[in-house]
Design a protein around this ligand. Structure first.
Ligand code: PLP
Length: 390
């Protein structure tokens, strides 16, 4: 059976009524026959049938033992960090998602956890950063917003040799394209807000563990700390996942066209997309993933914040917003939005140029998206002489 058929039929028919859609069990508690005698559910923070079905679906998608659903991607990341204790160290990808950076440095360093950031696309640098106190390696691949690719299988070997946990934030690739557990990772996290949900209508996170033992540990923190996903949002996420394969396939096809268009545009300087043969890790990206994803970043020849701001305020279909992975195309200007809190020099050194623009390529007709980009370039080109003439 193909994975897509398997996914669709892993969503169970309701035994009691035959409902083909998963019922939303909007309840806080479950009536017990006698103390401790129940139908498998006692209190809805601990377990809820709607959430439980979602958790089984995501575990299957990533081919892991256990899925655990949270109220946001950051709550999922937080639950994984709780596996550590004071004195432990993390080796993390230097291009890390900003919210994870804030959680690591502003919350967990306070509790005595040390984080070392390295360029994980250089496997040797990961190896060199490991110390006897390293307990966790934290990876994102592709990264945000410069789409750097790291070798998951090679880093998994380093983690194993160093006896540390290896967690991959698989938000950008989605399990349709990349399954880190099969490449040797112990844990996968997702901001399900992005591709898994896919419709920009909810905030959610999931953790999937390779083993049931690790799953039980993370589930302990889900219940003990309480950042659970609600029954309604679990329902919405199941509904989103039903079309994940189709959507991701089309996101990739559209993004490839957009990246190739941008690479040939005279006003564009660099294009960052793993699907271009010019990408430094194009081959590795093709080996460890089934596609190159829906995110494309680029810089302008006129490498100024003004030029980028003029671009991002003149598109028609690409809407200016943070977030990604939804059906509607979005764009953002990291230097003045997601990466604003990083000092200019540090940001530029990390490859996030003043004019860098990140696109989340949606599911519109690709010809319309190219036309939108073309009319935007035309506009900023016309604006240019007027501005410099002032
Ligand atoms: C958005 C995002 C997160 C955080 O997820 P939320 O659902 O916003 O809490 C974590 N990692 C990556 C890569 C993201 O893009």
């Amino acid at each position: 059976m193909s994975t897509i058929t398997q996914l669709i039929h892993s969503i169970p028919v309701d035994e009691q009524t035959g409902a083909i859609a998963v019922p939303i069990y909007q309840t806080s508690t479950f009536v017990q026959e006698a103390p401790g005698v129940n139908k498998g559910y006692d209190y809805a923070r601990t377990n809820n049938p709607t959430r439980e079905i979602l958790e089984k679906i995501v575990a299957q998608l990533e081919e892991g033992a256990t899925g655990i659903a949270f109220s946001s991607g950051l709550a999922a990341i937080d639950a994984v960090l709780k596996l550590l204790k004071s004195g432990d160290e993390i080796v993390a990808v230097d291009d890390i998602y900003g919210g994870a950076f804030r959680l690591f440095t502003k919350v967990y360093e306070k509790f005595g956890i040390k984080v070392t950031y390295v360029d994980t696309s250089d496997t040797q640098a990961v190896f060199n950063a490991i110390t006897p106190a390293t307990r966790l390696i934290w990876l994102e691949t592709p990264t945000n917003p410069t789409l750097k690719i790291s070798d998951i299988a090679a880093i998994a070997k380093i983690a194993k040799a160093g006896k540390c946990l290896f967690c991959v934030d698989n938000t950008f690739a989605s399990p349709v394209l990349q399954q880190p557990l099969k490449l040797g990772a112990d844990i996968v996290v997702h901001s399900a807000t992005k591709y898994l949900g896919g419709h920009s209508d909810l905030i959610a996170g999931v953790v999937v563990t390779k083993t049931a033992e690790l799953g039980a540990e993370v589930r302990f923190y889900q219940n003990a700390c309480g950042a659970i996903l609600s029954p309604f949002d679990s329902f919405l996420l199941i509904r989103g996942i039903e079309t994940l394969h189709l959507r991701v396939r089309q996101h990739c096809a559209n993004a490839q066209q957009v990246a190739e268009y941008l690479e040939n545009h005279p006003l564009v300087d660099k294009v960052y997309y793993p699907g271009l043969s010019s990408h430094p890790n194009h081959l590795l990206a093709g080996q460890q993933a089934k596609g190159f994803g829906g995110i494309v970043s680029f810089t302008l020849k006129d490498d100024t914040e003004e030029a980028a701001k003029s671009f991002v305020t003149n598109t028609r279909y690409f809407k200016l917003a943070e977030s990604l992975g939804g059906i509607k195309s979005l764009l953002c200007h990291p230097a003045s939005m997601t990466h604003k809190s990083i000092p200019d020099e540090k940001r530029r050194a990390a490859g996030v140029a003043d004019s860098l623009i990140r696109l989340s390529v949606g599911l519109e007709e690709p010809a319309d998206l190219l036309e939108d980009l073309q009319q935007t370039f035309n506009k900023i080109d016309q604006l240019q002489p007027a501005v410099s003439g002032l």
